[in-house]
Design a protein around this ligand. Structure first.
Ligand SMILES: [Zn+2]
Length: 196
């Protein structure tokens, strides 16, 4: 069994992991894995002590490793933001697609941004939509976030083929932001609504 790294457990405690990575650790802990559970409670104690500066002394070794892991994190360089351009929209190509009934109720969009293509499919259902996509080319994306009115609504990881899925998504206008180490590619003003 592979245990999550100390750094991942630290991120887990701080709730800064993408949902899928978090779920993988949940599953590992439910194994159960007493070793990681103990490690986790040590980290919680150490971070709690750092935050509260109270009298509980964390185990020194854990504290040392936590501090070292914090320091080892690369200072995040400012990410370059690139706006993706729409190159294909089946609703525009064929406006009737929107009104052809359930069989045609999928909107297909293709966006492009410096060396990256983003294929999106929106499947409409009662009161919402499923948004699935695939990122082709470029660096391995770290996370895909869905923003609405400046707030992150949801985030997901992409698999090794660059595929990701959000479901269900209420109808509305969104920004879809694909983050990788050095940059973020944004599809701004993505309208998720049924009428073409
Ligand atoms: Zn473990």
């Amino acid at each position: 069994m592979t245990h999550p790294s100390f750094a991942s457990l630290l991120d887990y405690v701080e709730d800064s992991l993408p949902r899928e990575a978090r779920a993988a650790i949940d599953e590992h802990l439910a194994g159960p894995c007493s070793q990681c559970s103990v490690e986790l409670s040590r980290i919680r104690a150490a971070l709690g002590a750092l935050a509260n500066d109270d009298t509980v002394a964390p185990p020194e070794e854990t504290l040392r490793r936590a501090v070292a892991a914090f320091r080892a994190r690369p200072a995040a360089p400012p990410r370059v933001r690139i706006a993706a351009m729409l190159v294909f929209d089946n609703y525009r190509q064929s406006p009737l697609a929107a009104v052809r009934g359930p069989a045609a109720r999928a909107r297909q969009l293709l966006f492009t941004a410096e060396g990256l293509d983003i294929d999106l499919q929106i499947h409409f259902a009662e009161g919402g939509a499923t948004l699935v996509g695939q990122i082709l080319g470029g660096e391995q994306p770290s996370i895909v976030r869905l923003h609405r009115a400046g707030e992150v609504i949801d985030d997901v990881g992409a698999d090794s083929f660059g595929r990701f899925a959000f479901r269900p998504v209420p109808l509305g206008n969104y920004d879809l932001v694909i983050e990788s180490d050095s940059r973020e590619v944004a599809i701004e003003g993505l309208e998720i609504h049924d009428a073409g």
